[in-house]
Write a protein that binds this ligand. Structure first.
Ligand code: FMN
Length: 323
């Protein structure tokens, strides 16, 4: 049944994915016309490279598209994935006309979308036909008769509703039949390379106790009553705190956590107090904290430079690509 509310251009019925371009007066087989475009100032050289690099500035996640072909699983890495509609639930993928995957996608074909997790870079390379040494064999869960890459951050199963001419790519609009997501961080792709989100705020917590204890020994105790503000966003972050008793609520845009006994607050800000606090922290009940001022911290680091070196190592490791 056609959706009566669908606009006219949506009503292009296709027998198979390959019929779509004809519907638009184009052909999959015809060489796409070359269209000149203007390059911005300072961008010289091969326009195709400049175009690719321009598009590469759009940061995306990375997915593996999967489908079943004669009891075989076929998978392909794709970052050209987008959400389209909530009702009906629709997604879109763009597939190179030279890719084997495209030839397997017809109207009604089910395909899986596995949104890769930060550690699945090797799988991304593998499904892109790149050399990926030491990557374990992927395993698949089958949902709605569709293979999905295990360990991925999110999964969708969709059925091809329509396909469209997209120059040297074909666009496949899929109606979603299944969706799930889990906890974790996504693998990202930007500027032609993999990236990841850095959300780990632990710095001092990662020091061995022989280096951390002398720093904390210079602190003094402070108490807070239920609901009292301990830190406010924007204030200079010139104190490091250790929760000795009770629990605190840490609120920042898009994220709320409760920290308890033995956990540190303000670990990054104390190293860069001018940046200001990035979260509001309130006492969830009566709270007792150990407070180490930045001045005391500097004294402790001067007394034992091994602690300073260990901190630099923690920070350097954070910036090295480890996915
Ligand atoms: C990060 C990344 C993203 C990619 N995104 C796409 C994409 O969106 N569409 C596409 O057609 N190819 C994309 N590719 C290339 C395909 O994964 C690659 O051509 C693959 O070998 C095609 O597989 P197939 O011919 O076996 O189907 C991407 C590759 C990488 C590494």
């Amino acid at each position: 049944m056609q959706d009566p509310a669908a606009p006219q251009e949506f009503e292009v019925a296709i027998g198979s994915a390959m019929a779509a371009p004809e519907a638009f007066g184009a052909s999959f087989e015809a060489t796409p016309p070359v269209h000149e475009f203007e390059l911005g100032e300072g961008l010289e050289g091969d326009p195709a490279i400049a175009f690719r690099r321009t598009l590469g500035m759009f940061a995306t996640g990375v997915t593996v598209l999967t489908t079943r072909a004669a009891e075989q699983v076929h998978g392909m890495t794709a970052n050209a994935f987008m959400s389209v509609s909530m009702s009906p639930p629709l997604v879109l993928v763009s597939i190179d006309r030279r890719a084997r995957m495209g030839a397997m996608m017809h109207e009604g074909t089910r395909f899986g979308v596995s949104v890769l997790e930060a550690k699945q870079k090797g799988l991304s390379d593998r499904f892109a036909g790149r050399i990926s040494l030491g990557v374990p064999e992927p395993t698949f869960a089958v949902v709605h008769e569709t293979p999905l890459v295990e360990g991925a951050l999110a999964h969708l199963v969709a059925r091809v509703m329509r396909s469209y001419w997209g120059g040297d790519h074909s666009l496949f609009l899929g109606q979603v039949e299944f969706a799930r997501y889990g906890e974790g961080r996504p693998l990202l792709f930007h500027g032609g390379r993999y990236e990841r989100l850095i959300e780990d705020t632990r710095v001092f917590s990662l020091l061995p106790s022989e280096l951390l204890d002398p720093i904390l020994a210079l602190g003094s105790e402070r108490s807070y009553h239920e609901g009292e503000s301990i830190m406010r966003t924007g204030e200079p972050g010139d104190e490091l705190m250790l929760v000795l008793e009770g629990a605190v609520r840490v609120r920042r845009p898009g994220r709320e956590v409760t920290l308890g006994v033995g956990e540190l607050i303000g670990e990054i800000e104390v190293l860069y107090p001018d940046g200001g606090r990035v979260a509001d922290v309130t006492a969830e009940g009566p709270v007792r904290c150990l407070v180490v001022s930045r001045e005391s911290l500097v004294v402790a680091l001067e007394a034992d430079p091994r602690a300073a070196i260990a901190l630099v190592e923690v920070l350097a490791a954070r910036f090295r690509e480890t996915v």
